[in-house]
Design a protein around this ligand. Structure first.
Ligand SMILES: Nc1ncnc2c1ncn2[C@@H]1O[C@H](COP(=O)(O)OP(=O)(O)OP(=O)(O)O)[C@@H](O)[C@H]1O
Length: 624
């Protein structure tokens, strides 16, 4: 985790003197500091590794990415090292702080267009560079846009960045739910097909609105509500009436970025050529316009913290400790949001039913500079699904039951109704369904009704099968957790493979009648034999395909096991102390593995029987 780039900054904490706090994340505190040997002011991000040992990957990624990048608009670390149980990342000190902090302190209603154009143009250059290097930033927002004393703009915080060239274990990071809800692209929320650098373009569009209004769209809502609104509503944009002061070209770029279909969003390179950026000005202009007269970053940060504490104290009486704690996390911003769907659902219900949280925050807002300080709550809440739980549809479905809302459901409910057999194995349906129905006493209609598979589930599941070798992600957990395992409900799910063993469909195929009519007319024999042979060939092909698919599933589960084994001791301890639900999921996965193995055996047996039959048929044809 140590690296020493061009400038040689000392790698010992004794060589630095920490001054005041200038920023805070979920597991990191950022200080202004002095690098003693160089007599240079720096910023040091101190990450408490004990507090974030479930997220070493993100930290490694951040340090790694920061060590590789080299662009004037990206915040590059001078060096990093471990001190005690903390990781210290030494960076240039960005005296202006983040655009978010500047807005919260002095620009509650956002910036003027030339400032926005200048900031966005610089960020776009950073994104164009990152994307060309194969990186996705995944957390573009005003809170991560930092300004130094000379007005230079840099994009920071690579904690959740991902590489588009990642494979294997790191590939999962692009199938994981990370980012910050208000800025998160719909495809990232959906987790259907993964996502690419176009997710950053969406966040860039949201950031443009944030800089224009002083807060991101939907920022006053709790995360689940934001998810629902992003997926369900038309994309946010600049309003014709409300945003009269902004130019048509600004409206155009926002609209171009905030298209739900990522393919239709422009690349960062293309956006850079947009006429809007002709409005962009120099760093000096920024320094003059937005930094002049600002109090020191540490003071501004302290004031914001005081306001936050005041707000939380007021709301403690209303919502109780737990709620307040979660709001505190919300306010501070969280990179590794433990996506507790139940909790989020409750928050969403609050909003729907009584708008309690948002009202409380509105109060705060009215007290503060007349600004929409609710945005504080929307900022920097990043989330990573680590859990899934059942969630009643009533609280999640929109009143109009719109189609897009179904996509939200894939997060949980569509997977909860996971069908009777994995789609990997669908081709076997024609051979096993009737036996399953007979043995279980269900008609196929009944079964269909009980275990209908939604299109969304199919998509999610087929995306799993498409990536047979990719490693384990949160949606995978949901995939496995949604498989019923108990004797009753589980039997209909997987007994089909067992039934198939005892009741091979071919026993009732025309082969029996052919055997008993060897002496019949040669013509009828030949045509039956040909049709039998083609059936057998078809079945053989299907069996072979099925075997391959099943092996893929096994490899997949094996990967998961490897992934679990490979986790460090700390992570293992973390896992041990994980929720009961997680442990249940693990045991379900093991069961699943056993069942898949059983399935492979069954298929092998089926294949042997088919070979036997093929042999018999060949003998028969030779006689003919
Ligand atoms: N180099 C810097 N100079 C000045 N302030 C900084 C610097 N780096 C970070 N900050 C401030 O500290 C805050 C937290 O930093 P950062 O976002 O990197 O932490 P984090 O733990 O990754 O946060 P998050 O929870 O948003 O991911 C930033 O929003 C910013 O205001």
């Amino acid at each position: 985790m140590e690296y020493l780039p061009t400038k040689s900054f000392p790698l010992s904490s004794e060589d630095y003197k920490l001054y005041e706090e200038v920023g805070e994340g979920v597991s990191a505190t950022v200080y202004r500091a002095l690098c003693i040997p160089r007599n240079e002011i720096v910023a040091i991000k101190v990450l408490d590794l004990e507090r974030c040992n479930n997220d070493l990957d993100n930290i490694r990624r951040e340090v790694h990415t920061m060590s590789l990048i080299n662009h004037p608009n990206l915040l590059r670390a001078h060096c990093s090292f471990i001190s005690g149980s903390s990781l210290w990342i030494v960076m240039p000190f960005m005296a202006g702080g983040s655009c978010f902090h500047i807005m919260k302190s002095v620009r509650p209603n956002g910036f003027e267009q030339p400032v926005i154009a200048t900031v966005l143009c610089e960020i776009l250059k950073a994104l164009a560079y990152l994307h060309a290097q194969g990186h996705i930033h995944r957390d573009v927002k005003a809170g991560n846009i930092l300004i130094d004393s000379k007005g230079a703009v840099k994009l920071g915080d690579f904690g959740v960045s991902a590489s588009m060239f990642d494979s294997g274990d790191r590939q999962r990071s692009r199938n994981t739910f990370v980012g910050t809800p208000c800025w998160m692209a719909p495809e990232v929320m959906q987790q259907l097909h993964g996502y690419d650098f176009k997710a950053d373009i969406w966040s860039f569009g949201i950031t443009a609105l944030e800089l224009a209004h002083g807060h991101a769209p939907f920022s006053k809502y709790p995360p689940m509500k934001v998810l629902m609104m992003t997926l369900q509503n038309a994309p946010p944009g600049l309003d014709h009436e409300r945003d009269k002061k902004f130019s048509k070209s600004f409206k155009e770029i926002v609209a171009a970025c905030l298209v739900k279909d990522p393919k239709k969003r422009p690349s960062s390179e293309k956006l850079l050529k947009h006429r809007f950026f002709k409005h962009s000005r120099s760093n000096e202009f920024l320094a003059r316009t937005i930094l002049d007269g600002l109090s020191p970053l540490g003071d501004r940060f302290r004031m914001l913290k005081e306001k936050e504490a005041e707000f939380l104290a007021q709301n403690k009486a209303i919502y109780g400790d737990k709620e307040v704690l979660s709001q505190k996390e919300y306010i501070r911003g969280i990179s590794e949001w433990n996506f507790d769907l139940e909790g989020l659902k409750k928050q969403a219900t609050h909003i729907q039913d009584c708008d309690g949280i948002s009202n409380g925050l509105q109060d705060l807002s009215s007290k503060e500079e007349g600004s929409d300080n609710l945005a504080v709550l929307g900022d920097r809440l990043s989330m990573q699904i680590t859990n899934s739980s059942n969630c009643e549809k009533s609280t999640l479905l929109p009143e109009d039951g719109s189609k897009e809302m179904n996509n939200v459901q894939i997060v949980e409910s569509s997977l909860a109704s996971y069908p009777v057999r994995p789609p990997e194995l669908q081709p076997l349906n024609s051979h096993f369904d009737s036996h399953l129905d007979n043995v279980n006493g269900h008609s196929s209609n009944q079964e269909g009704a009980n275990h209908s598979i939604s299109k969304d589930s199919m998509e999610v599941l087929s995306s799993i099968s498409d990536k047979g070798t990719r490693s384990f992600g949160s949606d995978d957990l949901k995939f496995f957790s949604s498989l019923p395992l108990d004797g009753n409900s589980g039997s209909s799910s997987f007994s089909w493979s067992v039934q198939s063993k005892n009741d091979v469909p071919l026993n009732s195929s025309p082969i029996g009648s052919n055997n008993s009519s060897v002496g019949g007319s040669i013509n009828s024999m030949t045509s039956s034999s040909v049709s039998i042979l083609s059936s057998l060939q078809r079945i053989l092909v299907q069996n072979t395909m099925q075997r391959e698919q099943t092996l893929r599933v096994i490899r997949y589960v094996d990967n998961l096991t490897e992934f679990m084994k490979a986790t460090s001791h700390n992570e293992y301890m973390q896992m041990l102390s994980a929720s009961v639900r997680e442990r249940e999921l693990q045991s379900q996965i093991i069961n699943m593995q056993l069942r898949i193995r059983q399935l492979v055996d069954d298929l092998q047996e089926q294949k042997n029987k088919n070979s036997e039959l093929e042999g018999q048929l060949n003998t028969l044809l030779n006689k003919v």
